[in-house]
Structures are given as C-alpha cells and as structure tokens.
Design a protein around this ligand. Sequence first.
Ligand SMILES: *Cc1c(COP(=O)(O)O)cnc(C)c1O
Length: 370
Amino acid sequence: MSRFMGARYSMFDAYTPGEQPQDRRYIKLNTNESPYPPSPKVRQALNADEVEALRLYPDPECGALRASMAAQLGLDENQLLCGNGSDELLSFAFMAWGSRGAAFADVTYGLYRVLADLHQVKVTNVPLRDGFALDDRDYLGLNRLIVIANPNAPTGRILCLDEIETILKTNPKNLVVIDEAYIDFGGESAMGLIGGYDNLLVVCTYSKSRSMAGARLGFAMGAKAVIDDLVKIKYATNPYNVNALTAAAGLAALHEPGYYRENCRQIQETRRWTTEALTDLGFRVVPSATNVIFVTTDRIGGSELYQGLKQRKILIRHFDIPAIRQYNRITIGTRRQMELLVETIDRMLGDADDGAGPGIAASPDGEEQL
Ligand SMILES: *Cc1c(COP(=O)(O)O)cnc(C)c1O
C-alpha cells in the first residue's frame, strides 16, 4: 500500500475471489460457474459487426436487452436495470438504501459485508438457525435494509415465497433485497411479488445458470421508483456499466431459454447423484436448491479435504471461518467431473484411513474468506 491511500480504505478488508487458475489443469468446482458453455446464439452474436461497433460507447440504457428481458419476464422496462454483474447492483443497493444500516445472515455471500464496510453501512448479523436454515421470523420489522441470498450461499438453503412476503409486509419502511443468483436451480422467484410491494428488489445474474460469469451481467427488478434510485447511482458511478459485447451476448441468450432450462435440469440431476454418492462415503450434505452443495464429514478436516483435492487438481471452496471451517462448498459440474471428484475423495480417504495418505496435511496456504 502506498502512503497516499485514504485512511478510510487503508484498514479495509476487501473481498477475496475464489481461485481462478489460468492453466486449465484443474477440475474447477470452486466458484459456482456453469460447466456448460453459453447457448449457440451467444457465440453467433459475438461477431465481426460487434467488434466493429466497439468504436462507440455502448447504449447506457441497455435498451434492446432490457426491452427483450422485460417482455420475457412480464415487467415494464422501467422496472429493470442491468449491471456489471449482480455484484455491482448489490453495491448500488447498499449505497442507495443503507443509511439506517443493513441486516443479513451471519453465514451468507461474503461480498455483503465488504459492500457494507465500503459504503459505511452498519451491519446487523442475523444468525442462521439449526442446519443453516433461514427463518423469516428473524427478519420481521428490522427497519433497515435487508439482504437475503435466496437460495442462500454457500449453504444452498431456501425460503419459500410466503416467508418472503411476511418479511416484506413487516418491513414497509425499508428495502428488502432478494439476491436470486441461484434461483433457477430449485426455488421460486420473488419476481412475481414486485407488483404488490414497493419495498422489494430482486437481483439476478447471468453468471450461474446462464453460463456467462465471464461477461459480467446482472439485472435488478423492482417497482419503478426503486429502480430509479439505482439508476441515479449508476449514472453517478459508471454510466456505461454494461459493455456492448456483454449486452449483445445477454440479448442472444434470451432467445434460447430451453437450452438453459435443460442445463439446470441436468445440474439438478447431477446434484442428486453427487449428494447420494458423498452420503455413501460418510458425508453430511446440506439440502441444496442451488448448483452447489455444502458438505462435511468426520472422516477428514474441512481444510485437509480442500488441500488434498487441490493437490489432486480438483478445486473446491473452503472458508476459514469458525462456524463453517469443517465444511466445504462444492460446485456441481458435469456428471463426469463429479464422478472423478467422488472417486478421488474415496481414494484419498482410503489412503488416510491406512495412515498412508500422501501429503494431505493441512497447510495455511490457500485459505480464503467467505
Ligand atoms: C455468484 C453470486 C453473485 C455474483 O454474481 P455476479 O453477477 O457474477 O456478480 C451474487 N450473489 C450471490 C449470492 C452469488 O453467489
């Protein structure tokens, strides 16, 4: 750090993204990407004409993309805003509505805390219940910004729409942000509640079910006035927040919903298979409505499992946080990738039981924050 860094940021704890090794020698099950490529029309959309058009600034309103999206979702265009990943929209939300503080689960998406700190928003931690369950009763009348990842990350557990509605009803004076990064893998979207509640923002992403993590595209949905707040912040922060290539790719993806639905179905099936296979190996698997499973076992330490698999060229995600240190989060890949994972774990634990495990001792390197 240079001596010029402002005091406000010098002590600041930033987000640590999951590892992104560039050598492609790993089976990557650590950052919840889709194992499937974007749909064929996305590939066609990124053509020479689009490259030519890079000369110009992109449409700051993302008009074409928003119009198509709105038509598909049954919303008004002014109930929609696109962002540079949903991370950016979440950042806008903390800026717009965090002045009375923000409440979110103690075990959830780690970026919430970072954004709260960045925007000097006071945090109220809401402990999860037994088995990492979210409970609507913990969010009644909190009178400050509420942010809920639903389904939650990294645990995979979900609230039903009735519960979300109860939270909305008891918090008429503050925004309730429902982060639906994983909704396509098993839950029911709160999108349908937008017409009835002017304190709801639903945030979605192309990064998981839509196979476009590299493009950085997210969208937020809410009442027009709520979206207007975020639009104002967007034009004060980064007017051209969605680049032209990403907007074109996002638009093309909208034309093949069946392709993405089928991928989600496949991932749900592979999730079921992996859950059973790991349970047979002595793991406890938290019930998941996402494309990840959160797992633990008495047979090996959480960090040791992470390290051992990394040595064997499989990346999963371990968080060095007391409440979940014994757990790992595993992204659901292809069936073949998950078979390799299960075989590798089986062999590793067999070796460990024989006392002959090669180099699976814990090492502090590679530990990450949530
Ligand atoms: C992955 C994830 C995001 C980030 O999405 P981007 O659109 O890639 O920024 C947001 N929220 C949760 C809960 C996530 O897991």
